[in-house]
Ligand binder design. Structure first.
Ligand code: CP
Ligand code: NVA
Length: 310
């Protein structure tokens, strides 16, 4: 039985460890033999609502559902009645009658929770201010492919305590990964997600660490990861953040702290010369394109799990 069938995925707090790992396992199987899954979502329609920009999320979901035999409808929220203030409840009830699932990329987690509460179809979070669960599926698939395991891995995230930081905390602690985060003072991940991760970590036996010192955080890391200093919605703080985050660049000076065979990941888009130096992101430790490719396989696996009763 597939306990994910019909379920919404808003963040990584609602998935069990088994459910989370089952999506990654399916992603690996789909990647190995995509033709075996060609008709699995035949006749299914995914609506995608975007209030923020996207390249990878948009294209991997749309290409993914086409490869699975279904179709996607892409909506810019501004061009819908949502953009003119139609209640979320009415949007949810109406869309549930037209399509089989909705992927939404927006700002407010509260709005997405309301959408999921009112809809009778699965809602997938394609990035909000606090979470990016789909990215973590692809990232953990990549780590598994490169390192052969997830449990016992030390993942170090350097930078802004944003949606990616929260999702690494929740996903890592779920599967037994040690997660060490270094952020400038005042830019740490939100306390509520740190607390949830620590609760998970007690069960999985992993270690969660929130620091302000990048070198200390990077010590003995198996995986080094970073993300933009100013996320979508924070653009007006770009200049100010460049000054605050200057000593938080992932570069050769920092990477010597990590294990010799460390893996570098970045969800992209990246700014070479800001959060990461060009020689690191384009160097031999980096798996950013494998990671981006895995968005396709991971998204397909997630859609199969929530949209097909397999
Ligand atoms: N990593 C990621 O979500 O990329 P996009 O913003 O291009 O979708
Ligand atoms: N933290 C970034 C991730 C982009 C994929 C943002 O929210 O803009």
């Amino acid at each position: 039985i597939n306990s994910l069938y019909g379920k919404s995925v808003l963040d990584l707090t609602e998935l069990t460890k088994e459910e989370f790992l089952s999506i990654i396992e399916l992603a690996i199987a789909i990647k190995a033999k995509p033709e075996a899954y060609r008709g699995v979502l035949a006749g299914k329609i995914l609506a995608m609502i975007f209030e923020k920009n996207s390249t990878r999320t948009r294209v991997s979901f749309e290409a993914g559902i086409i490869q699975l035999g279904g179709q996607a409808i892409v909506l810019d929220s501004k061009s819908t009645q949502m953009g003119r203030g139609e209640p979320i409840k009415d949007t949810a009830k109406v869309m549930s009658r037209y399509v089989d699932a909705i992927m939404i990329r927006t700002y407010s987690d509260q709005m997405v929770a309301e959408l999921a509460g009112e809809a009778s179809i699965p809602i997938i979070n394609g990035l909000t201010d606090n979470h990016h669960p789909c990215q973590i599926l692809a990232d953990f698939q990549t780590i598994y492919e490169q390192k052969g395991k997830l449990e016992g891995i030390k993942l170090t995230y350097i930078g802004d305590g944003n949606n990616m930081a929260h999702s690494f905390l929740l996903g890592g602690s779920l599967v037994g990964m040690d997660v060490s985060i270094a952020s400038p003072k005042g830019y740490e991940p939100k306390k509520e997600f740190v607390a949830l991760a620590k609760k998970n970590a007690k069960i999985s036996g992993s270690k969660i660490e929130i620091l302000n010192d990048p070198e200390q955080a990077a010590k003995n890391a198996d995986v080094l990861v970073t993300d933009v200093w100013a996320s979508m919605g924070d653009e007006s703080e770009q200049k100010e953040r460049e000054a605050v985050f200057k000593t938080f660049q992932v570069n050769n000076r920092l990477a010597v702290q990590a294990k010799k065979d460390y893996l570098f990941l970045h969800c992209l888009p990246a700014h070479r010369g800001e959060e990461v130096s060009a020689d690191i992101i384009d160097g031999t430790h980096s798996a950013i394109y494998q990671e981006a490719e895995n968005r396709l396989h991971a998204q397909k696996a997630l859609m199969v799990k929530v949209m097909a009763n397999l």
